[in-house]
Design a protein around this ligand. Structure first.
Ligand code: TMP
Length: 202
């Protein structure tokens, strides 16, 4: 556990990743790590403006992909890489896998186009570990129904989320060294035990 690591949390809306992210970051801090918690889209002043647009304005699927990666470039250069260089661990609520899952799987943007953007924005730079919170879509929907307001993505149909979930699982299968699959349908206590194991593996 010497070099600062970049860890990302992924999953469909309602999978419960954000609830566990704060706990995970604290667990790292208790082990003496300095930790920066951030999110996508967002994480920089420009990224947060783009987040507001992305979550609220209707737009073409490819515009959505371009804006996600534009916000990401700013996030990597202004926040993520400088923190890692200072020895600070970075835990991000979502990163490029979300673009492959939502814009690729959900909206049908061609994977080759997303790969080109990925190569442009962060060639040779990937998270050290990606925790994929996986739950059946109906469980995620039930959890989301407790929210009073839903953004443009959260308002999508179940069929959209099925495609997003599948795209995440495909990406997990293709990158087994980087991904850890978390069964987020378990109780919060059980999920924490699984996360604890992931921390030990770091
Ligand atoms: P959040 O609710 O987890 O903060 O994420 C905001 C939404 O943005 C979520 O519905 C997923 C979506 N999203 C994408 O569609 N593509 C991306 O690349 C990212 C980072 C998020």
């Amino acid at each position: 556990m010497n070099k600062a690591k970049f860890i990302t949390f992924e999953g469909v809306d309602g999978a419960g990743k954000s609830t566990h992210l704060a706990w995970f970051a604290d667990a790292l801090r208790k082990r003496g790590k300095e930790v920066l918690v951030t999110r996508e889209p967002g994480g920089t002043p420009l990224g947060e403006c783009l987040r507001d647009i992305l979550l609220n304005q209707p737009m073409h699927a490819e515009t959505e992909a371009l804006l996600m990666f534009a916000a990401r470039l700013e996030h990597i250069e202004q926040v993520i890489k400088p923190a890692l260089q200072r020895g600070v661990w970075v835990v991000s609520d979502r990163f490029s896998d979300a673009s492959f899952a939502y814009q690729g799987g959900g909206r049908g943007v061609k994977v080759e186009k997303l790969e080109q953007l990925e190569c442009w924005v962060h060639e040779n730079f990937q998270p050290d570990l990606t925790l994929l919170f996986d739950v059946p879509v109906e469980v995620a929907r039930q959890r989301l129904s407790k929210n009073t307001t839903l953004d443009r993505f959260e308002q999508e149909k179940d069929s959209f989320f099925e495609k997003v979930r599948q795209a995440y699982l495909d990406r997990c299968k293709k990158n087994p060294d980087r991904f850890a699959l978390i069964n987020a349908a378990k109780t919060p206590e059980e999920v924490k035990e699984d996360l604890e194991k992931e921390i030990l593996s770091l």
